[in-house]
Design a protein around this ligand. Structure first.
Ligand code: NDP
Ligand code: A1CAB
Length: 317
């Protein structure tokens, strides 16, 4: 199963996508392994993008969750990784890091029935492409992507890095798929843990701020409903202004901050309580957690026949 023995002869590429300026038609066959939060975000984003996709299948083991996804999105949902992979040109891995090896073992056994070589695209934090390449058949193309949940509304920020055997066409295909659900930045894989700490986990930081701002509003006498609407629309408007104006966040902040005014009073408190230090430490912790996941999988993966995933259960997550 190991790829140690060099590069596999590359399957002949047959063009299955037609790309027109501003009107991309996709005919890819896509499998998403893992119907959890990010798997669903990808599924929803791809469907919402309106791009025709020839075949879209999701692998989800929990019966209730599988029924929910099939009902909500009208896609085929199976429990069989190999079956889903065999009909797919692009296989997205959206499982937790600890489940990667188990899934790869199934993927490695999947036959290649398509006209084009199958690409494994991992959305998993922390695990390097090298690890996938070692478990998939020799020379199998792997691409690593770090998306974020705004994929649900086609506003993802995704970073893409190529593994050793992914060629330009396969990287372009991944980039185009991810562009249909948001923006894409191509980065060297060495930057992936940093990317994860900023944009992968990033939405949670802003949601935390909205939560805290909502609580603060309630403390000042607003109803929770009022405070949440005020905080949420402010986040949306500020994000839109930052994205559309081309003005730096420093200047945009200065434009809100009237001399000796309310904003200056608030910002002084943020600084006094160390918002920059807290943010820096938070990002470092996120990047470290990614590296730890990689180490954990490496250690467990090296244990012959070792249990790679905890027992699966139908307990709600
Ligand atoms: N959430 C996020 O914002 C982001 C997450 N990611 C990455 O996405 C991955 C998934 O995270 P998230 O969606 O949050 O987690 P969830 O727990 O919501 O989803 C994990 C999914 O993996 C499935 N799974 C577990 N083991 C197996 C297996 N052996 N075979 C098939 N499927 C399996 C689970 O299925 P079951 O329901 O049966 O347990 C579940 O659907 C992680 O690796 C994370 O690093 C990346 C970027 C952002
Ligand atoms: O929390 C996590 O591990 C995943 C990766 C990035 C966002 N969520």
């Amino acid at each position: 199963m190991s790829a140690a023995g060099g590069r596999r002869p590359r399957a002949r590429h047959v063009q299955t996508s037609f790309h027109r300026r501003g009107n991309t038609i996709m005919t890819e066959r896509i499998a998403i392994i893992g119907g959890g939060k990010i798997g669903e975000a990808l599924l929803a984003g791809l469907i919402r993008s309106g791009k025709p996709i020839k075949d879209l299948v999701v692998v989800e083991a929990l019966t209730e969750r599988a029924a929910e996804l099939a009902g909500d999105y009208g896609v085929r949902v199976t429990q069989d990784v190999r079956d889903a992979a065999e009909s797919a040109q692009v296989v997205f891995l959206a499982v937790k890091p600890d489940a990667v090896e188990t899934v790869l073992r199934e993927l490695a056994r999947a036959e290649d029935h398509g006209e084009t070589e199958r690409i494994t695209v991992s959305l998993v934090a922390g695990i390097p492409t090298q690890r996938y390449e070692a478990l998939l058949p020799a020379g199998a193309p792997v691409v690593r992507v770090m998306p974020n949940t705004p994929m649900l509304v086609n506003e993802a920020m995704s970073a893409v890095s190529a593994g050793r055997y992914a060629d330009t066409e396969q990287i372009d295909l991944t980039v185009r798929l991810m562009e249909s659900v948001g923006r894409v930045m191509v980065v060297p894989e060495t930057q992936m843990d940093a990317v994860t700490a900023i944009s992968g986990s990033g939405p949670a930081y802003f949601f935390l701020l909205v939560e805290a701002l909502t609580d603060a509003g309630v403390g000042l006498g607003l109803t929770r409903v009022q405070a949440l609407e005020l905080a949420s629309q402010t986040l949306k408007g500020a994000g839109q202004l930052l994205a559309d104006s081309g003005v730096s966040p420093v200047d945009l902040r200065a434009a809100v901050t009237s001399p000796a005014g309310t904003t200056a009073a608030a910002l002084a408190e943020f600084e006094r309580y160390g918002i920059r230090h807290a943010t820096n430490e938070a990002a470092r912790a996120a990047a470290d957690a990614g590296r730890q996941a990689a180490r954990r999988v490496d250690v467990e993966g090296s244990r012959p026949g070792g249990a790679l995933v905890p027992e699966r259960s139908d307990e709600p997550r």
